[in-house]
Write a protein that binds this ligand. Structure first.
Ligand SMILES: [Fe+2]
Ligand SMILES: [Fe+2]
Length: 225
């Protein structure tokens, strides 16, 4: 067994992705919609992921299981690297004449500030619910990566796939932490179920706003495609 075999699964890998000016808004040539969809999702990350981190940090303080606390710290470390990389990418895209994305960012900032006032159970249910949805998206993007991204800018594709691969453990950690704190009875189950829709639909809604703003600016919003 070498050193790498001993590395924790949830290691925070600091990858110095760079997104210079020559990265195009349409970073998958011929696929402006898919490119925009991915940018829309990327736009949410610097708002969503710090919220997930804060929630996880608060939750693991109440967890007795040392391994689960360790996993929670790994979750926090990975999300911290993810949103920083996405923020750099988002800044590059905004600077290409898409300043209106900043208004959507301001909405997300306000929305997560409001959500942060809710109970830990609601926030953790949102976290676990969102991470469940992410698991499905991860499977889709990783399994279909050749078909989806073969012609994409490798600097962006690398970030997307790195992020998705690191996400594979997040559903499990968020679920286990939720169960450790709130598993009891119907209320625990019900709240977690609501969290799947709350987390998933909320992030999809903001992703769609970014997607729509990009396509509108490009004059593609009314195109049947
Ligand atoms: Fe992430
Ligand atoms: Fe995650």
């Amino acid at each position: 067994m070498n050193q790498a075999d001993n590395a924790p699964v949830l290691a925070a890998r600091r990858i110095p992705f760079e997104f210079p000016e020559d990265i195009e808004r349409n970073w998958i040539p011929g696929e402006p919609e898919l490119s925009a969809m991915m940018i829309g999702a990327s736009l949410t990350m610097p708002y969503l992921e710090p919220f997930l981190m804060r929630t996880m940090r608060e939750a693991i303080e109440r967890v007795d299981d040392a391994q689960l606390r360790e996993d929670g710290l790994g979750f926090i470390g990975q999300e911290g690297q993810h949103y920083r990389a996405h923020r750099r990418f988002n800044e590059t895209i905004k600077a290409k004449g898409y300043a209106e994305l900043a208004a959507i960012e301001a909405q997300m900032e306000a929305s997560y500030a409001r959500l942060s006032q809710r109970s830990l159970q609601v926030r953790l249910a949102y976290t676990a619910g969102f991470e469940s949805m992410t698991m499905g998206v991860t499977r889709w993007l990783v399994e279909d990566r050749v078909r989806l991204f073969a012609n994409g800018d490798p600097r962006v594709v690398s970030m997307v796939l790195w992020h998705m691969v690191e996400e594979t453990e997040h559903k499990r950690v968020a679920y286990d932490v939720y169960q450790a704190l709130f598993s009891g009875g119907l209320r625990g189950y019900w709240c977690r179920m609501v969290g799947v829709f709350h987390g998933s639909l909320d992030v999809m809604r903001y992703s769609m706003k970014g997607y729509k703003a990009l396509l509108k600016k490009d004059g593609l919003w009314r195109s049947p495609r």
